[in-house]
Design a protein around this ligand. Structure first.
Ligand code: B12
Ligand code: SF4
Length: 456
C-alpha cells in the first residue's frame, strides 16, 4: 500500500469556537485522492505544539492561518518548535496578518513561505511542487478567483461534534463569499482583497447547507461573510431556495444598514421566513461626521431604518460600535454612546458592543495615525503582544475609557429581561436616563461576584 503525502494545517488558539474555515477552504481545494490532510486546532488541544510536532514528522509541510494580535504568539511557538525539530520542514503562513505584512513575516526564520490573499490555488500549487521536490518560486497569488470554481468545503476534516459541544449549540459556521466592495478607512478587507468580491451561487449554498443539515443535524448557521447581503438578487434566490427545501434551520449574518434599506421590507421579511434570526451591523459611530471620515458610506438614518425593520420582524441584532478614533472629539464619542443607548432602549433584543479603535496596518486611517506619530509594533513578537480584544489606543483618555466601560455595563443591564434582575435593571435604567455613571457600586458588586472574563 502506498502512503499518501500528508499536509498538516494549524489554527492558532483564539477567542470563541468559530470553525477553522480558512483551513477547511485550502484543504478542500487540494487533491484529496492523492494527499492526506490533518487539521489541528489549538483551541481543541491540551498541547498544541506537541500535537503539531507529532503530526508533522512525516508531513510534506505545515500550513498555519494567522490573524493579527494574540494568535501570532501561538503561530510563532508552533512554527519555531517544528523548525527546531526539523529545520528543513517547510512552514507556510497564510491569512490576514501575512496578507497585510508579508515581508515582516518572511523575516522570521521559522516561516519559509507566505501566501497572501485567497489561498486555495496558491497553496495547492505549493504543495504539488513540494511533493514533486521542485522549487516553489513562481507560485504567486493570482487575481481573486470565483469561489464557484472550488469544491465544497469538506467539514469531515474537523471534529464537528466537538465544536457543537464547545459552542453549546448545533451551529455550523459557513462562508458564502469573500471580499467586500466597500472602502471603510479602518478595515483590513480593502487592503487584502482590493475591494473585490466573489460569492457562491445561491442554489449551491442551499444544497450544501441541506447536505450539512442532513449529515450533522445542523440547527443553526452562522454566515461568516464580511458583507452577506451584498447582492439583493442573490439573497432573494437563497431565501427562496431555503423556503423551497423547507429546511428547519435558523441563520445569522452580517448586514450593513444601507444594505437593509436597499433590500426593502418584503425581501427582508422573506429572509426572516427562511430562517434569519439575527444580524450583525457595523455601525461604528453615532456621529455622521465620523462616519464620513471613516468612508463608511452610510447614513445614520439608515441605521434607524434597519433597527426598525429588525424590530418589526422580530430579528435580533448586534450593532457594533467603535470609539477612540485618532482625533475623535468628546462630542463624537457622546453621539456614539447616545445612539447605542437609544438602540438598547428601542429593543432589548439589540446588543450594542463598543470597542476601542486599534489600528490594523494597511488602511488609510492607520496611515493617518502613523503620520500623527503613532508607532506600530515592529516584528512578529511585538505584533503578537498587541492586544486587539482588551486594549485601547492612545486616542482615548483613562477617564473616557472608565466612563465607556461603566456605560457598557449599565446599558447592558438596564434593558436586560429576567424577573429576578429587577433591582439592577431599575438602578441601571435610572443611571442611563440621567446619564450618570459616577460611583458605580452596582458594577463593583457584579464584577466582584462574577469577575469579567479574561480573554487568553
Ligand atoms: C471567524 C473570524 C474570527 C474568529 C477566528 C476563528 C479562528 N478560526 O481562529 C474569532 C472570533 C476568534 C475572531 C476574532 C477576531 N477577529 Co476575526 N474574523 C473572522 C471572520 C468573520 C471569518 C474568518 C474566516 O473563517 N473566513 C473564511 C476563510 C475561508 O477566509 P480567510 O480566513 O480569509 O482565508 C482565506 C485566505 O485568507 C487564505 N488563508 C487563510 N489562512 C491561510 C493559511 C494558509 C497556510 C494559506 C496558504 C492560506 C490561508 O486562504 C483562505 C481561502 O481563500 C473574518 C472575516 C472574514 N469573512 O474572513 C474576521 C477577521 C479575520 N477578523 C478580524 C478582526 C479584526 C478580529 C478581532 C480583532 C475582532 C475584535 N475586535 O474582537 C478578533 C481578535 C483576533 C485576535 N487577534 O485574537 C479582521 C482581520 C484582522 C486581522 N488583521 O487579522 C477580519 C478580516 C474582519 C474585519 N474585516 O475586520 N475572528
Ligand atoms: S468594515 Fe465591513 S463594509 Fe467596511 S470595508 Fe470592512 S468588511 Fe467592508
Amino acid at each position: 500500500m502506498t502512503v499518501k503525502p500528508k499536509v498538516v494545517l494549524y489554527n492558532p488558539r483564539a477567542v470563541f469556537y468559530t470553525m477553522p474555515l480558512a483551513l477547511i477552504a485550502i484543504a478542500s481545494a487540494l487533491d484529496r485522492e492523492r494527499i492526506d490532510v490533518v487539521i489541528i486546532d489549538g483551541r481543541l488541544e491540551a498541547d498544541p505544539i506537541g500535537a503539531v510536532a507529532a503530526a508533522s514528522r512525516d508531513a510534506v509541510c505545515v500550513g498555519i492561518t494567522v490573524l493579527t494580535g494574540a494568535p501570532i504568539h501561538d503561530a510563532l511557538a508552533v512554527s519555531r518548535a517544528v523548525k527546531a525539530a526539523n529545520g528543513s520542514k517547510p512552514i507556510i503562513w497564510g491569512g490576514w496578518h501575512p496578507s497585510l505584512l508579508a515581508s515582516e513575516c518572511l523575516d522570521e526564520p521559522a516561516v519559509d513561505i507566505v501566501v497572501t490573499g485567497q489561498g486555495e490555488d496558491t497553496f495547492r500549487h505549493i504543495v504539488d511542487r513540494l511533493i514533486a521536490g521542485e522549487s516553489v518560486s513562481g507560485c504567486e497569488s493570482g487575481a481573486m478567483k470565483d469561489l464557484n470554481a472550488y469544491p465544497a468545503h469538506d467539514y469531515s476534516l474537523i471534529p464537528v461534534e466537538k465544536y457543537f459541544a464547545l459552542k453549546g449549540s448545533r451551529q455550523i459556521d459557513y462562508i458564502s463569499s469573500q471580499g467586500c466592495r466597500f472602502r471603510c478607512a479602518f478595515c483590513a478587507d480593502p487592503a487584502v482583497f482590493n475591494r473585490g468580491w466573489t460569492g457562491l451561487d445561491p442554489e449551491r449554498i442551499a444544497s450544501e447547507i441541506e447536505f450539512l443539515h442532513r449529515r450533522y443535524a445542523v440547527q443553526d448557521m452562522s454566515f461568516q461573510d464580511e458583507t452577506f447581503f451584498t447582492h439583493a438578487a442573490r439573497v432573494n434566490t437563497l431565501a427562496d431556495e431555503f423556503l423551497k427545501r423547507d429546511l428547519p434551520i435558523t441563520w445569522t449574518a452580517t448586514l450593513r444598514a444601507d444594505q437593509a434599506c436597499r433590500l426593502g421590507e418584503s425581501l427582508f421579511e422573506k429572509t426572516v421566513r427562511s430562517g434569519l434570526r439575527r444580524v450583525m451591523v457595523g455601525v461604528e459611530s453615532g456621529s455622521q461626521d465620523m462616519l464620513d471620515r471613516l468612508h463608511k458610506d452610510m447614513k445614520l438614518e439608515q441605521v434607524r431604518v434597519a433597527a426598525e425593520m429588525c424590530t418589526r420582524h422580530g430579528v435580533g441584532a448586534i450593532f457594533n460600535f467603535i470609539v477612540g478614533f485618532p482625533g475623535e472629539s468628546e462630542q463624537s464619542m457622546q453621539a456614539t454612546l447616545a445612539l447605542a443607548k437609544q438602540l438598547r432602549r428601542w429593543n432589548p433584543a439589540f446588543e450594542t458592543p463598543i470597542f476601542y479603535y486599534r489600528p490594523y496596518p494597511g488602511n488609510p486611517l492607520a496611515e493617518q495615525a502613523a503620520e500623527g506619530g503613532y508607532v506600530f509594533p515592529k516584528g512578529l513578537d511585538e505584533w503578537a503582544d498587541f492586544d486587539y480584544v482588551g486594549g485601547r489606543g492612545p486616542w482615548i483618555s483613562r477617564d473616557q475609557w472608565k466612563k465607556v466601560e461603566r456605560f457598557k455595563f449599565y446599558t447592558r443591564h438596564a434593558w436586560k429581561p429576567g424577573a429576578w434582575r429587577w433591582p439592577l435593571r431599575t438602578a441601571s435604567q435610572f443611571r442611563c436616563e440621567h446619564d450618570w455613571y459616577g460611583l458605580p457600586v452596582e458594577k463593583l458588586i457584579v464584577d466582584f461576584v462574577r469577575p469579567p472574563q479574561q480573554v487568553s
